[in-house]
Write a protein of this length. Structure first.
Length: 417
């Protein structure tokens, strides 16, 4: 059931307030009212923000323009949609109201049907905007926690977004990345090579490719990266840009004898990420899965925790983590869990997804390491959803030590014998 939208009516005329309250309540809105600017600001600081404010301009004391300026100057309140109401139709007032952030303007006396239509339109628009903001926040949370470099570029070659690891790579603050081009971030040689590679996607019809790159870091050191790039298309099939994913494999290149099968290792590392990622809403229902999680469990969208194909121990842990994070008792939760199918989840990590109004859900990430051994002459790594060797049969015991770093993926094994 959709949440009831709320409207705050601000007008010094009691008759108008009462009339609008009765009309909007009939339409199914939750309605509040205030008689002046001071009462309005007091209400906003003591209650949850309404979805929309109908704000009269001409009021004694603090007028509507002053109230609008104060609300839009508050970082917590500025997202509230405001429709200005006035009995004086002055172009200068309209211009000022829109400049200050008003969403719409109605002149008294107004047609009731027009008022209701505008209220409905702006509330629907706010709902859509909130949903987009949530999806963007989910994406940003995923990008910030994925153990790899991620960036988005437009078809014109401008960077649109990047995560913190990409900002570290190019040596500038994350906020300065949008609008930059390759030549703004890399040496001329590296920029030319990256542009040529991107043209394969943007101009010559290649859907995706994988390459190894050598890039000079801000400290002048050279690092090696495995990079996978894929073009982005809209619903009409038109190319809109590309997404790039890179993982630092410098140490692996130095230990090149450990990579007898380059393509196998490349695929295992770059098939998205070596982690299963999903998002739970506050009701404990899955609302997002990445490809690895989808491949293992199938489509779980909309299914609550009790109905998920997990062990009872894992379900209990998920529910406890969700409750603790939603109640603000912990910021994030991390644990090692043994699944019933014999696979070993080294990390079962939960992090909150936040917007201005609070926590809107949690993101979970599992890193499944089913075989990991280190010897004098050989380093064998397998990151997948299937186990090559059963740890109990092989005589290995994986320690409970935390993962030390995302770029080395190192875990000690202790022989029981």
């Amino acid at each position: 059931m959709d949440e009831v939208a709320s409207v705050l009516i601000v007008d010094d005329n009691k008759a108008i307030r009462d009339y609008l309250i009765s009309i909007l309540e009939i339409e199914g809105y939750q309605v509040f009212s205030a008689s002046d600017g001071e009462e309005t600001l007091k209400f906003l600081h003591e209650h949850s923000s309404p979805d929309l404010i109908l704000l009269d301009i001409i009021m004694p004391g603090m007028n509507g323009i002053d109230v609008l300026r104060t609300i839009k100057g508050d970082p917590v309140l500025k997202q509230i949609t405001i429709i200005m109401l006035t009995s004086v139709s002055l172009t200068a007032d309209k211009e000022l109201a829109f400049q200050l952030g008003a969403s719409d303007y109605l002149t008294k006396p107004f047609e009731l049907r027009e008022l209701l239509a505008r209220v409905k339109t702006h509330i629907n628009l706010k709902k859509t905007t909130d949903e987009c903001a949530l999806q963007r926040k989910i994406q940003e949370t995923i990008l910030s926690t994925i153990p790899g470099i991620v960036y988005l570029k437009s078809k014109d070659g401008y960077y649109i977004h990047g995560n913190e690891m990409f900002a570290d790579l190019v040596g500038i603050p994350l906020i300065e990345i949008p609008g930059k081009r390759e030549e703004d971030l890399f040496s001329s040689y590296v920029a030319d090579e990256r542009i040529k590679a991107d043209d394969l996607l943007l101009k010559f019809g290649v859907e995706e490719f994988e390459i190894q790159e050598e890039i000079s870091m801000p400290d002048k050191s050279a690092r090696s990266f495995f990079t996978k790039k894929r073009r982005v298309v809209d619903k009409n099939g038109e190319i809109t840009g590309l997404v790039g994913v890179s993982i630092d494999i410098t140490e692996q290149v130095i230990l090149k004898e450990a990579y007898a099968e380059k393509e196998e290792i490349l695929d295992s590392i770059l098939n998205s990420y070596p982690a299963e990622i999903w998002v739970l809403n506050p009701n404990g229902e899955i609302i997002l899965q990445n490809s690895k999680h989808l491949a293992k469990y199938g489509n779980l969208i909309g299914r609550p925790i009790p109905d998920l194909p997990l062990s009872e121990e894992t379900k209990i842990y998920w529910k406890e983590s969700l409750d603790l994070i939603l109640n603000g008792k912990i910021r994030e939760n991390e644990k090692k869990i043994i699944e019933s199918d014999g696979s070993e989840w080294i990390i079962d990590s939960f992090r909150p997804i936040r917007l201005q109004d609070g926590i809107l859900g949690i993101m979970g990430m599992n890193l499944n390491v089913t075989r990991w051994s280190l010897g004098d002459d050989d380093l064998s790594i397998r990151i997948s959803g299937e186990s090559e060797h059963n740890n109990q049969n092989s005589g290995e015991k994986i320690t409970d030590e935390p993962i030390q770093s995302s770029d080395s993926y190192r875990k000690r094994s202790i022989n029981n014998g």
